[in-house]
Design a protein around this ligand. Structure first.
Ligand code: FMN
Length: 162
């Protein structure tokens, strides 16, 4: 059985940077999910299209993950919050029951600092979810807490294995 995988989606690299930081702490393998159809470049279009896709729980075609994910002992999931929910690309990942069952930990990024609704939605979908951490976009003053929160999250995960 392989070690831990960190699987994440990230449009503006907040989630990506946190995933890379965690991978170092956990000695985990990293998988970045991307949508096959790229998002538009402009922020306004991104908000409109992304917000609509998230609101309606759409499942865009994705790349970056493969069947080997199910070979890991556990999976950590990272997602930005879009319209109060996880990014649509994550819906596609979570279509797999085997993947859902392997996810034990989730970290989320929000622009406004409110991650609760998204986390509650993921709690319902992920039967083995034990560890969560809510992080703030680098443009939010709450982001100064991110590193400390990630350290605590990583410690929890490592302790869970000991
Ligand atoms: C389409 C879209 C919808 C968003 N909706 C929300 C939201 O409902 N609440 C919130 O706090 N932030 C929202 N944000 C902001 C992102 O959650 C935030 O910028 C996050 O840090 C982005 O992570 P990333 O850099 O990994 O993509 C939204 C961003 C986008 C692009």
């Amino acid at each position: 059985m392989r070690k831990t995988a960190i699987v994440y989606y990230s449009l503006t690299n907040n989630t990506k940077e946190a995933a890379e930081y965690l991978a170092g702490k956990l000695d985990a393998d990293l998988y970045q999910i991307e949508t096959i159809k790229p998002m538009p470049k402009g922020k306004g279009m991104q908000m409109m299209l992304g917000g609509m896709k998230a609101t309606f729980g759409m499942h865009p075609a994705i790349k970056g993950v493969s069947d080997e994910l199910t070979e890991y002992a556990e999976i950590v999931l990272g997602t930005p919050i879009w319209a109060g929910k996880n990014a649509p690309a994550v819906n596609t990942l979570l279509k797999s029951k085997e993947v859902r069952e392997k996810i034990t930990a989730v970290f989320t990024f929000s622009g406004g600092g409110d991650n609760d609704k998204c986390m509650a939605g993921l709690q319902k979908k992920l039967p083995n979810l034990k560890h969560t951490v809510a992080l703030a976009d680098r443009n939010n003053k709450l982001a100064s807490e991110n590193e400390r929160k990630l350290d605590t999250f990583a410690e929890e995960l490592l302790n869970g294995k000991r």
